[in-house]
Every structure is written in C-alpha cells, then in structure tokens.
Design a protein around this ligand. Structure first.
Ligand code: BG6
Ligand code: MG
Length: 225
C-alpha cells in the first residue's frame, strides 16, 4: 500500500488491453482457437492468467497447461504465436472509437486538462495499432516499447520505464491495470496502483474500481485521502 498523497501525483501510466478497451475478448478468442487446435483444454483460470502476459509467455502458459511445453521447437512456437497474432490483428482492425471503455475518453481529457502526463505500458506489440483504431494516439505521446523489455509483467520493468518516459519518479505515478500480473508490476515499481475489475483478482491494488466509468480524478483523490 502506498502512502503517497494525491497532490504528489503528476502522471498516469496505463495498461491498454482491458483498461482502455476490451481487446481481451479478441486475445481470448484467438488464443482459445489455437489452444483447442493443439488439444489444450481451455479453462477460466487459464484465460484469466493470460491477461497482461506477453505473446510468447502466453503461448508457454497454454502449452504448459496441456503438458505440451516440450512438444515444439522454438521455431514452431514462433510460428504458433504468429498464427495467433494474425487472427488477433484481423480482429482489431474492425475496432472503432466505439470500442473505448466507458468513461475513458472523458478521463483522458480530464487528465490532459489538469496537466497530468500520460504514458502507455502495455505488453502488447499491437498497442499503437489499437490506439490508432480508437483514435487515441494523440493522448499517448509516450509508449513503452514492449520489445525493449527484458522481462514481462508481473516484473516491474514496464512500469519503471513508463515513469522514466515521463521523466517522473515512480512514486509520482499512478498505474492502471485490469490484471493481477499488472498490479504486481505497478506495486513492484513503487507506483500507486489502480485495479479495474474483479476485486478478488485485484486484491493487491491500492485503489479498486469495479469498472472504468468509476475512474475519475475526484474518486482517485477520495481513495487516496
Ligand atoms: C497484453 C494482453 O496487454 O498484451 C495479453 O493482456 C497479450 O493478453 C499481451 O498477450 C501481448 O500482446 P500482443 O498483441 O503483443 O500479442
Ligand atoms: Mg490488461
């Protein structure tokens, strides 16, 4: 639990999938299709565990769930991940600004109007494409490139780099996530964490909202008072 005061906060570092927009539906559909093709049983636990996890780490988790982690060469694994990504990219090209989650556009406008700095810390290499589809590119001048990371979420690296991109100390940043792995990453980076979604999954978050429409500066200030 951070003890930082709200007026110390200068920047927000956002996850994308499940926070800005509900791409998790498309990620899930594409992974599930691949898993079932490989003979791996799809479960809710597997589905939730994949949230926030990088593409190759996700594939490893799926193969492990089916005891198949040693059945493929590295080249074959890359081909499987590419197959999933092709399906995913086809799906996201149908997205429009109507796919922005409730309240997010207003919240971003409010952040801008109040001079907060904004960065994106998504594990997705498709982040810039998704932002373009949503017409939100201009709101995110700073994007941590997931290709530069040595470790994915739950490692704090991506949130540490998010604060660096904003030229802020991590304690001056709030990180926003929908996944347990992401909350762990924010907390490990020493930022204040906001978890959006299931309260049990996100029990480690400093601040919890049930859905994106509850995330306002007034509600955050209240939670940190
Ligand atoms: C995260 C998603 O944001 O990005 C994961 O929550 C996804 O589900 C990961 O696997 C990597 O995305 P991509 O688009 O690079 O395969
Ligand atoms: Mg997410």
């Amino acid at each position: 639990m951070t003890t930082i005061a709200f007026d110390q906060i200068k920047g927000f570092v956002f996850d994308l999938d499940g926070v800005i927009t509900d791409t998790s539906l498309y990620h899930t559909k594409a992974w599930r299709q691949l898993a079932e093709k490989l003979g791996v049983t799809w479960t809710k636990t597997l589905e939730d565990g994949l949230k926030g996890i990088s593409r190759m780490d996700s594939l490893e988790m799926i193969l492990k769930a089916g005891n198949k982690e040693n059945d493929y060469t590295q080249d074959e694994k890359v081909a499987l991940a590419t197959e999933k990504n092709t399906n995913y990219v086809n799906a996201i090209h149908q997205m429009t600004p109507a796919n922005i989650l409730p309240g997010i556009k207003a919240f971003l406008d409010d952040l801008r109007a109040n001079g907060y700095l904004i960065a994106l810390a998504s594990a997705s290499k498709n982040g810039p494409t998704v932002l373009k589809q949503l017409e939100l590119t201009d709101y995110f001048p700073k994007i941590v490139d997931p290709a530069t990371l040595s470790k994915g979420k739950p490692d704090p690296e991506i949130y540490v780099k998010g604060a660096e991109a904003l030229d802020l100390d991590p304690t001056q940043c709030i990180g926003v996530e929908d996944a347990a792995a992401g909350i762990q990453a924010i907390n490990g980076a020493n930022e204040t964490s906001i978890g959006i979604g299931d309260p049990d999954t996100l029990s480690a978050a400093d601040i919890h909202f049930n859905d994106t429409s509850e995330m306002t500066l007034a509600n955050i200030a209240k939670a940190m008072a």
